[in-house]
Design a protein around this ligand. Structure first.
Ligand code: NAD
Length: 421
């Protein structure tokens, strides 16, 4: 049975709150989203039919600032998932200390089955439905699974039409030439790398040479892989929804692998030597094909789930060989799995810290749009590092102070900040 992410979010809230003397009213407020919007999204399809999709926007909490969170296009999107994701945004934004509350949105759709025109009309129709509830000082969407800068720009254009003036700050993750921030595309993966480096440093471990297996090779997984490889980590496995590759000696040319996936539509078989990527190189590289799930239980020092929720469950948690789990996806570990990993002393770096680099740079983008500024990439990355280092230290210190795993510690940091508002 699928672990209900909203129930898990509630349990995480109560577990952390039990360590603090918080006002009852605060906990009660966080137990319920401020506003839940469920909309019908009619779309004219290429064949002339009108199909109606279901869309959601959940505004969990705005104690610390405007609601903020991504929009997901996926066939499994439902209200409980969006509620949990919105709650995790409230926590994440407090952990990384940006002046935003938490929100999330989504449409139940398989975008891979839509043409470009249908995708655009879907996005514009959804924007019309949620327009009264969003705005630069009210609620600022961003990309998530299966959404990207182009989709963010469609939202900005549609919202601006309705608002009667161009409003770039209504959404983040836009293309750079349309007011997006330098560094936003890499931000979540790079932020995860900064967090990992800081946690390794604080716990007296070395990073260079450690092997890493990554589940999910989209925006987050592919950029994380690049950053880690550049820093001397060995990327031994990558996977997408169809499968992946395991190369124990380490995947040398990640860019060629990414291009191969782009061309062929899947990672499996992307064994690259020079510009040639195919199965004929598998033996030379000493690699083999793997399933999307197998990537998590391969021999590796670090495993990074960077795909969807519920990847690590009570069924596979005991088989994880890595001593560190870097949660780049939102909610990749179920409650039962979390307990198993903790009992086995696997260090779990929680999602609300590990993947908060995305929203940190989203905040930078929003800030630049609001003030008419344009920051250089180096400046963005320096500010991102500062944010991620500070958040990592705060969470690590709280884990020592309260003698709790990093996940509880992150929630404790967030709850304390939320209670100060
Ligand atoms: P994406 O759509 O760019 O990529 C998702 C990847 O996961 C794809 O490679 C897909 O093939 C793969 N995938 C899907 N199902 C899988 C499965 N069962 N097994 C293995 N791989 C699978 O999405 P993204 O933006 O990279 O987001 C990935 C995760 O990171 C999500 O949980 C998202 O909420 C979270 N996240 C994203 C951002 C961001 O800035 N994009 C920020 C914070 C958190």
């Amino acid at each position: 049975m699928r672990d209900n992410p909203w129930k898990r979010a509630q349990a995480q809230l109560h577990s952390a709150a039990s360590h603090l003397k918080l006002p009852g009213a605060l906990v009660e407020r966080l137990e319920n989203p401020d506003r839940m919007l469920e909309v019908s999204v009619p779309v004219e399809m290429d064949d002339g039919r009108t199909e109606t999709f279901h869309g959601y926007r959940v505004q969990h909490n705005n104690i610390r600032g405007p609601y903020k969170g991504g929009i997901r296009y996926h066939p499994k999107v439902d209200m409980d998932e969006v509620k949990a994701l919105a709650f995790w945004m409230t926590v994440k934004n407090a952990v990384v200390d940006v002046p935003f509350g938490g929100a999330k949105g989504g449409i139940t759709v398989d975008p891979k089955k839509l043409s470009e025109g249908e995708l655009e009309r879907l996005t514009r129709s959804f924007t019309q439905e949620i327009a009264p509830a969003i705005g630069p000082k009210l609620d600022v969407p961003a990309p998530d699974v299966n959404t990207n800068p182009k989709i963010m720009q469609w939202i900005r254009e549609e919202y601006s039409k309705i608002a009667g003036k161009d409003t770039p700050a209504v959404v983040t993750g836009k293309p750079i030439e349309h007011g997006g921030s330098e560094g936003r595309v890499e931000a979540t993966g790079l932020g995860g790398f900064y967090v990992l480096a800081q946690v390794l440093n604080l716990s007296g471990r070395k990073g260079r040479g450690l092997s890493v297996a990554i589940q999910g090779f989209g925006n987050v997984g592919s950029h994380l892989a690049e950053c880690l490889k550049d820093a001397g980590f060995r990327i031994v496995a990558v996977s997408d929804s169809k499968g992946g590759l395991y190369v124990p000696k380490g995947i040398k040319d990640l860019k060629a692998v990414a291009q191969c996936k782009e061309r062929s539509g899947k990672l499996a078989g992307c064994y690259c030597v020079g510009s040639v990527c195919d199965l004929s190189n598998m033996e030379t590289l000493g690699g083999r094909d793997i399933s999307p799930e197998e990537v998590l239980t391969l021999p590796a020092d670090i495993v990074a789930p960077a795909a969807l929720e519920n990847a690590i469950t009570k069924e596979n948690a005991s088989a994880i060989e890595a001593s560190i789990v870097l949660e780049m996806a939102n909610g990749p570990t179920t409650r039962e799995a979390d307990k198993i990993l903790n009992a086995r002393h696997v260090l779990v770096i929680p999602d609300v810290l590990a993947n908060s680099g995305g929203v940190a740079v989203s905040y930078f983008e929003w800030h630049q749009n609001m003030h008419g500024d344009v920051w250089k990439k180096e400046e963005v990355f320096a500010k991102l590092k500062e944010k991620m280092d500070a958040a990592s230290r705060a969470v690590y210190d709280a884990s020592k102070e309260y003698n709790v795993p990093l996940r509880d510690a992150a929630y404790i940091v967030a709850l304390k900040r939320l209670s100060l508002q």
